[in-house]
Design a protein around this ligand. Structure first.
Ligand code: G3H
Ligand code: 13P
Ligand code: NA
Ligand code: ZN
Length: 328
């Protein structure tokens, strides 16, 4: 059944588990996420980005998720809109039946210029008021995450007119977070605690901690009823990176957030863990390998089925690691 993010994350908080929130753009991703959830009895969060709406179109995205709800009626599913850049985007998602929206007011409507605290508070408060009136949940964001576009894209990291911000200024401030939630009433808050979007997060294998667990704890202490969200949470599986490059790809050396650190984040209050890149890499690796090894094939269902199997294994591993397996 379709449920709101608030309903699902309240349950997660009560039972001390976290949930992956997977980005979806196509049928195979939705199938992989649902088949894995069905096998390990996990609730599901699927989210559509602006890029997903551009690729599939909002009606296809929505109906894919609705089809999942119809096919797996025993699994709670949140249909979440990822990184809404304006009120209009959020209103459209609410009207079309999303059970949760993210108003990312940490950036201006251009989706790249860091905004002021006042701008963020005002726009997030307005979206929360509208959403709550119709039973839809709201995620806000406070702080500067890394790149939205892997590698060469624009960054949310303060490079630009104002110059480079120090590392600490990029992290979410606990007092500001408390004030932000008090003034906006958001159900969930995305915080900057050391992650960035895309495949190119870290250039060297992580030796020590990459997440600021201390910061998560400080924010969680002040906001026990607001669900913390961690964006940029792909682990960048080295086995898929290797397969991609073994079969003609040229991805550079790169590392993500180790699953054990995400689990530590969940122990300290993180409830929603956004993952897109990991499924992209599994899908691309499986496609490259399948086509290289089956050169006579021309039925796309063959390599698409291989992508589904590859993505499903990652989904299952995350449901199990994050503790949501068995919670549906
Ligand atoms: O938040 C970023 C997600 O990875 C979605 O990216 O806009 O390219 O679909 P996208
Ligand atoms: P990754 O790029 O680490 O998968 O993060 C996705 C994300 O945060 C979507 O909002
Ligand atoms: Na989101
Ligand atoms: Zn994100």
């Amino acid at each position: 059944a379709l449920v709101s993010l608030r309903q699902l994350l309240d349950h997660a908080a009560e039972h001390s588990y976290g949930l992956p929130a997977f980005n979806v753009n196509n049928l195979e991703q939705v199938k992989a996420i649902m088949e894995a959830a069905d096998e390990c009895n996990s609730p599901v969060i699927m989210q559509g980005s602006a890029g997903a709406r551009k690729y599939a179109g909002e009606p296809f995205l929505r109906h894919l998720i609705e089809a999942a709800v119809e096919m797996y009626p025993h699994i709670p599913v949140v249909m979440h809109q990822d990184h809404g850049a304006s009120e209009a985007v959020c209103i459209n998602a609410i009207r079309s039946g999303f059970s949760s929206v993210m108003m990312d007011g940490s950036l201006l409507a251009d989706g790249k210029t860091p905004s002021s605290f006042e701008y963020n508070v005002n726009i997030s408060r307005r979206v929360a008021e509208m959403s709550h009136a119709v039973g839809v949940s709201v995620e806000g964001e406070l702080g500067c995450l890394g790149s939205l576009e892997s590698g060469e894209g624009e960054k949310e990291d303060g490079h630009g007119a104002e110059g480079v911000l120090s590392h600490d200024q990029l992290l979410t401030d606990p007092e500001e977070a408390a004030e932000f939630v008090r003034q906006t009433g958001v159900d969930a808050l995305a915080i900057a605690i050391g992650t960035s979007h895309g495949a190119y997060k870290f250039t060297r294998p992580p030796t020590g901690a990459v997440l600021r667990i201390d910061r998560i704890r400080e924010i969680h202490e002040r906001l026990p009823n607001t669900h913390l969200v961690m964006h940029g949470s792909s682990s960048v599986p080295q086995e898929w990176l290797k397969i991609i490059n073994e079969f003609g790809g040229t991805m550079g050396e790169t590392y993500g957030v180790p699953v054990e650190e995400i689990v530590e984040g969940i122990k300290n209050g993180v409830r929603k863990v956004n993952i897109d890149t990991d499924l992209r890499m599994a899908s691309t690796g499986a496609t490259r390998r399948y086509l290289a090894q089956n050169t006579k094939d021309f039925d796309p269902r063959k390599f698409l089925a291989a992508t589904t199997v590859a993505m499903k294994a990652i989904c299952k591993a995350r449901y199990e690691a994050f503790g949501c397996a068995g919670q549906a």
